[in-house]
Design a protein around this ligand. Structure first.
Ligand code: AMP
Length: 224
């Protein structure tokens, strides 16, 4: 299974990617997580990426394409992967097409999570991350907790710099201008599955699983 999870920031890509990764036993590749780790560790990549990330802007295509190339070449990606946060520009989309073609991979499925902008902005400003395990929670899920429900760390919740109101606005603009048009690229290849991302995490997962099952049975009936 090879999935590109597409959608606006805050629509729930990371949450669904983690669930699908454990259901299918394939790695979850989050470019945002890779960059945040590099920023935390103050690596040369982190130092280059931090300024753009803090502003809600995109990190350069060259850097991002390099990261994805290195990651996809690793052994654990051979049996499949879930890409979360890549591609975000036309240049990145063409680059990954080329990489996959070189690897003889032609069964990538693009799942796009959809929600209206108002809902997304509310979700982003109401979410908190655990600084230890990096899982994301809504304020309502953790309001009475002092420990992270996933890794048990004490007082580890924080508001990501890029989830602050002024940065959210910019991230949404960047999404509309640079990332949303990338969907057209995949639509022209008829590879897109649309999923309503409103509702509970569980409901959204069920919709994705159903859509994947339908896609597989269609594939079977057309090839039979
Ligand atoms: P995310 O957690 O996916 O929302 O990513 C957080 C931030 O990392 C983004 O706002 C960008 O600054 C940067 N980033 C992540 N993925 C990419 C990408 N594919 N291209 C450019 N910048 C990215």
């Amino acid at each position: 299974m090879r999935i590109i999870l597409f959608g606006a920031p805050g629509v729930g890509k990371g949450t669904q990617a983690k669930i699908l990764s454990s259901k299918f036993g394939i790695p979850h590749i989050s470019t945002g997580d890779i960059l945040r780790k590099a920023v935390k560790e103050k690596t040369p990549l982190g130092i280059k990426a931090q300024q753009a990330m803090n502003k809600g802007a995109l990190v350069s295509d060259d850097i991002m394409i390099g990261i994805i190339k290195d990651t996809l070449e690793q052994d654990d990606c051979k049996k499949g992967f879930i890409l979360d946060g890549f591609p975000r520009t036309h240049v990145q989309a063409h680059a990954i097409d080329d990489m996959l073609a070189e690897m003889n991979i032609n069964n990538v499925c693009v799942i796009t999570l959809q929600a209206n902008e108002k809902e997304i902005v509310t979700r982003l400003s109401n979410r908190r991350a655990c600084k230890v395990c990096k899982n994301i929670f809504s304020l309502t899920e953790i309001e009475k907790l002092t420990k992270c429900p996933v890794c048990n760390s004490e007082n580890s919740f924080y508001l990501r710099t890029d989830d602050k109101e002024e940065v959210i606005k910019h991230r949404m603009e960047v999404f509309k201008e640079e990332t949303q048009p990338v969907l057209k690229h995949y639509e022209s290849k008829k590879k897109v599955i649309y999923i309503d991302a409103l509702g509970s995490v569980d409901e959204v997962t069920k919709r994705i699983m159903l859509a994947l099952k339908e896609r597989d049975s269609n594939k079977f009936s057309t090839s039979a």
